[in-house]
Design a protein around this ligand. Structure first.
Ligand SMILES: Cc1cc2nc3c(=O)[nH]c(=O)nc-3n(C[C@H](O)[C@H](O)[C@H](O)COP(=O)(O)O)c2cc1C
Length: 183
């Protein structure tokens, strides 16, 4: 069984990206578990903590979680045409202390969304840029840009769009193949 961490770039209670992550947990391909990794309590990165050899418990726990995962899926809105701070902070915390990058060499994928049609393209590609540097082997195709995300779920948070549901299944199947290729 391979365990893939899902990282959501929004802390909002009714977050559409959390709803996408919840949906994904139910459609993991055979042999895979998709597990949401909470970023709620992860403190803002401060290099002093690592330099002093005294990182906060939230860093230690987060890095341990990363080391136990077989891959990563990032599900994110776009904030001001870029990656929300909560997700960028997670990348930064996971990449340190220097020489101990917990993201290194594992496969990953990105899903971005927005209420409009641009679908978080800016966040998707800014995130891709950081993932190059921390050496996450990021799935290229299919790309996942989810438009009008506010129209895809019912009041209980269930995905109601059939075409989006089919797309997510294709996406996670392609990701599983990518994981097999890269590991
Ligand atoms: C600080 C902030 C900046 C935002 N900037 C953008 C943006 O650049 N592009 C965009 O499409 N939506 C932007 N939005 C709207 C978000 O796409 C929308 O709030 C979305 O619901 C957030 O994702 P969530 O539902 O997972 O919380 C922004 C929202 C916030 C709070």
């Amino acid at each position: 069984m391979k365990t893939i961490g899902l990282f959501v770039g929004s802390l909002r209670r009714e977050s559409f990206n959390k709803k996408i992550a919840n949906h994904l947990t139910g459609i993991a391909p055979k042999g895979y578990e998709f597990k949401i990794i909470s970023l709620e309590k992860l403190e803002m990165y401060n290099q002093d903590f690592d330099d002093d050899g005294n990182p906060p418990a939230s860093y230690i726990e987060f890095r341990k979680q990363l080391n136990e995962l077989d891959g990563f899926i990032f599900i994110t809105p776009e904030y001001n045409r870029s990656v929300p701070a909560v997700l960028k902070n997670a990348i930064d915390v996971g990449s340190r202390p220097y020489g101990k990058n917990s993201w290194d060499g594992k496969p990953g994928a990105i899903i971005s969304s927005s209420l409009g049609n641009i679908s978080g393209f800016g966040a998707n590609h800014h995130l891709r840029q950081s993932l190059v540097f921390v050496n996450v082997l990021t799935l290229q195709q299919p790309e996942a840009y989810i438009a009008s995300v506010n129209k895809l779920f019912d009041d209980t948070g269930k995905l109601t769009s059939e075409s989006t549901s089919e797309f997510f299944q294709k996406f996670v199947d392609a990701f599983a193949k990518w994981v097999e290729t890269t590991t």
